[in-house]
Each structure stands twice: as structure tokens, then as C-alpha cells.
Design a binder for this molecule. Sequence first.
Ligand code: KG4
Ligand code: ZN
Length: 414
Amino acid sequence: MKILAIETSCDETSLSLLLEEKNLSETVFTVLGDITQTQIDMHREFGGVFPTVAKREHQNSLVPILMKLCDFTVDEIPTTLDNEKINTIKQILDREQPLQELFVQHLLNKSNPGITHICVTSGPGLEPALWVGISFARALGVLWDIPVIPVNHMEGHILSVLAPEKNIPADTHSFTVTDTSLSFPTLALLVSGGHTELVLVHGIGDYKIIGKTVDDAIGEAFDKVARVLGLPYPGGPEISKLAKLYHDNILVQSSPISGTGTISAGNLFPRPMIHNGNYQFSFSGLKTAVLYYVRNLLQGRTDQVLTDTEKQYIAYEFQEAAIDVIIKKTLRAMNEYGIQTIVVGGGVAANTHLRTELVNHVHTKNPPCRVLFPTRELSTDNSLMIGLAGYYKISRDPEKKYETITADGNWELS
Ligand code: KG4
Ligand code: ZN
């Protein structure tokens, strides 16, 4: 199989080409190309992802990225395309005008560079953004007469751990997935801007959510707290940086906030739902606690500005509280379900504190259990994980045809 994978669920436009070769118990994947174009700079002024801007950027970026990714040969239009096909393609792209124009101008005369399947994220995510990727995938499917497979973005995050660190800077690289790469049941901790979930993975494609957030996702909480502290979007990496600065100084200084006395050792903020017997999460109260704490601190200050040290302290305390809840619940699920492999996926998986603390706790409590994180590149949204999830979906049901593909902003794993 040679898979073109497309990801446009949020603020990254990402395309990759993945070649798969199966022999006996192992599958060799060769990444022939992998391009992710982030829109973060465009959204920063809004303090978060602005759906109209995301849609426009995807519409403008997909064709140029595909051109960069593929080694196209050019055919004459009349010998390869009839008018009916052209009309179908135009119709599919009717609601994506800029994309339709670019597609007609650049792609109608391009031969398929050997792609056998197109895999596209069709949920969960921002529906206007998802539709751009889906329409593009469907139009290419018609152009080249190849199947289009809808892929769940969260399944992509789970399987992103299968692709190891690139150890060469070249564009093309290979990795092998064997039957023992994951041991089932695997526990997946999904922590992103839109999701906080614990998922039991009984096999690739067989998922059961055992708990999720009842309000904000953890990444959303990082982003909102960052805004309260006056830090740019996305807030996760910013909070993480400040927390580390505070942590690195914590042993040599007492608490910098006047009136708090000694170092609070990360207990300033509440850990919502940490003692509940279930696997549900809540981050909205923690975010509000930070907000009130900041308001209190600023009371009576004419400049209404936090000092750098105060920002570091609050970032540290918030991160301690948020990660503490995540780790406690993950450990409890590990014990209850006899888990020997934990995978972590989603943007917050890039967080250094989460990485080190989870590994330390698991290794203390259950040494044989493996904890797998995606590379930092593959923690945030990317199309390589969509290609991987798509490959396994095709393998499970090779003959299945997906006649209609629709965007489902809330598509849940099951
Ligand atoms: O998976 P992702 O790229 O997009 C969604 O599907 O939501 O996750 C983005 C989220 C953002 O909320 C961002 O602040 C957070 O991941 N994030 C981090 C870090 N890097 C990204 N959160 C904490 N620490 C980080 N280092
Ligand atoms: Zn994501």
C-alpha cells in the first residue's frame, strides 16, 4: 500500500506519503514524505484557533503542499480526464472555492504517483476545517480512481507512538512495527487541546473509553491559564517553560509570593476529581482557581501586571496540579486493568514534566510496564499518525467502500 494521509482537523495542515510492506509478523513503513504546515502564527492574535482562519489556510495550503510532496508527471488533460470527472471534482470542491481554483489549475493534469489509498481525518475536530481535508481527499480519489478512508484523529494519536524518532535528517525514513510493538490491553492516555481521555485498547481498532473530561480538556486548561498569565497561544509549551524555570530555582529560594511563607511544594491549587473512584477528569475548576488567585494577587496594584517570578510560580503550581491528576488516574487504571503497556498521545504528551513523572511513577509501581510516548514532533497534530491509523483500518476491512464521508466534530473512539 502507498498511502496519502491528510490531516486538517485543527490548525496544522499536514500531508504525508507512507509506503507499507508487510512480511510475516512485521510491517515495514517507509515515510516517503511528510510535510506539516502550522497556522499558529495566524491564530496567535486571537488567543486560540479561529475556525474561519483555519479553514482558509487549509484551503490555500493543501495543493502547494501536495505539489511539494509528490513527484508528479504531467499528462494531457483530455487523454486522462473526461468532462464528467472534471464536473464531479468541481462539485465536490464547490464549497471550498480557493481550493477548487488551485486544484483545477494545478492538479487536473497530474498522474497518480502510485498512491493506492487516501486516508483523511474526518473527526473529531473543527468541522469547517475537517471538511476542507475531506473534500480535498474525495476530489483526489475521483481524479485518480482510488479509495478514500475516513480516519479518527484520536486513533491517530494512539498509534503515533509506533513511529520512532527519526535518526537521520533525510526526508525518507523507515520503521518497523511488529506484533509485539503493543501488548494488549494497552492503556492510552490521550491529552490534547480538545481531549482528555483514558482508553482501553484491546487491539488496534478495538477501543473503550473508560473516562474523559466532563468540561475542559487539559490542553485547553494550559491554553486558558497561559492567557490569564499574559502568555501567547499555544499556552502549553509556554507554561511548561516557566514551570521549569521555577522548578530549577525551587531548592535555592523560598516562595517568591509574599505572604505564602515557605515553598508550597506544588500544593497551591486543587486537584479536581483526584479521589473519585472513576476515571473522569475536570479542569475547569482548576483554571478558575488560577484566575481567582491571580485576581487576588493583582488587587490594589495600579499596573495590574504580574512579575516574571509570579508567573513562573503560578505556571509551576498549575502544571503540578494538572499533571498530578492525570498521573494518579492513569496509575489507578494501570492497576485495575493489569496493563503492561501505556501509550500517551496528543499535544500535551510533549510536556516534559508529564513524560518524566509518568515514567518514574510507573517504573516504581509496576517495573515491567512500558510507557510509550510519541516523538515530540508526532505529539502534536500530524498526518503520519493518520496514515498509520488508516493503514490498520484498511487492513481490518480491505474491501470496505466509504461512499459518503462526512465531518464529525465529536466522533468518539469505540
Ligand atoms: O494534539 P494537539 O496538537 O491538537 C489537538 O488535537 O487539540 O494538542 C494541542 C494542545 C494545545 O492545547 C497545547 O497547548 C498543548 O497541546 N501542548 C502542550 C505542550 N505542547 C503542546 N501542553 C503542555 N505542555 C507542552 N509542552
Ligand atoms: Zn490532536
